[in-house]
Design a protein around this ligand. Sequence first.
Ligand code: UDX
Length: 480
Amino acid sequence: MDHPSPHVLLFPLPIQSPINSMLQLAELFCLAGLQVTFLNTNHNQKLLLRHTNVESRFRQYPRFRFRTISDGLPEENPRSSVQFGELISSLQAMAEPFLREILLGSSSSSSDGVTEAPVTCVIPDGLFYYAVDIGNEMGVPVIPFDTISPCCLWVYLCIPKLIQVGEIPFKGHDLDVLFENVAGMQGLLRRRDFPFYRLIDYATDPYCQIALKEVESIPQSNGLILNTFEDLDGPLLSLISSHCPQTYAIGPLHLHLKNKVGEKRMPISASSNSLWKEDHSSIQWLDAQPIESVIYVSFGSMATLSKEEILEFWHGLVNSGIRFLWVMRSNLLRGEELNHQFVKELAEGCKERAYIVSWAPQEKVLAHSAIGGFLTHSGWNSTMESIVQGKPMICWAVYVDQRVTSRFVGEVWKIGVDMKDMCDRYIIEKMVKDLMVTNRDEFKKSAEKLSNLAKESVGEGGSSYNALECLVDDIKKLGR
Ligand code: UDX
């Protein structure tokens, strides 16, 4: 009897960070000889093709295909964090019939006429709980990839218990109350660190409802992929595996990929997966700065700030006397487009020590010797990229996993400070000086230690190296 050859369908959340991680995983699978289909939204595929060389990069893998579907929103919709709930539900309506069709095998002929093997494993983002139901219904294994931080995922997994014992919804308004029923985080996790910290009623909070559906789907899946490594998240990984025994901690993915690509002697340059045009003048500017003198400021791809917050950050940074490189995305300002004149005036006001771009080649920036620290929104990819480069962080968490991650950066890994809810120019000035000057040696030492552990994890025989081998082997077995 003929066995179908392993064919993986990857389906990322339609935002920068998960697209980045899933493309890295796709390339690792291609290098391991798997057939891969990458399902992207039409909107993001257009941006990806416009701003990167992804098409030519993946052409070297003949068993790789992009497939695209509509996300169900009109082209003019800005798809910012405000519309995130709308985006997720409209995409679900489009994705469900597509997944059924492709898993039936009726979509096995691709646009270039090449006949593909049937899909033998689906890897959706963890938030796409419905893909687990569809896979189970159609007899196709599903291994979700949870692209948020594992510390936040563990908090999600504890939500049913927190509801049961009455810790949520919160009673009273004190945000410094500690949770008692999140194992492994006693004495650490406060209400203000909770992913949905303004939670009044979980039954009406759409994000909490999605998290609860995800929590239900995890034990129904065939495994769980996480972008972390044992030495960073070991205790939490043991707790998470009580809900899903087959957990694959294969991160930091971008470093893993660099190593593997290096092994095969393929070109690793220009490996951007950016949905925005990268401004490489940021690297030229950094080339002219002294070693470890610059703090890099970026709030990821979706987080927004009010104008008052932007100004507090600006004044805090300027008053610190430290040089800085700031990514001011066009959609950084909450509720309106960032005014070009406003950005120009800011830049003019401190041009001898500051540089502003609208999107940077972040991995290259963080790897640059002029960078001494990172002021970040604590998105999971940014956090992993900073850990790999051994750069200490100041965390301004905006929502969801960022709130838990920033607490871990400050209190567990001790590789930075957590500003949490205190956007004030004097605090910012003090924290920047603290990170870059006063306590620099201490932060640098712990950040470098973690960086070395990250590197070991993806080296031959390391925990993430082994977990990836195991994942690929398991997928191959599913194909038999
Ligand atoms: C989103 C959520 O906001 C976050 O909470 C969750 O952890 C992941 O999904 P995002 O805002 O995209 O994250 O931030 P992050 O996870 O930090 O990823 C941003 C990615 O964009 C990184 O890989 C980073 O290298 C890249 N980036 C960012 C650039 O290449 N250039 C930039 O200028 C900024």
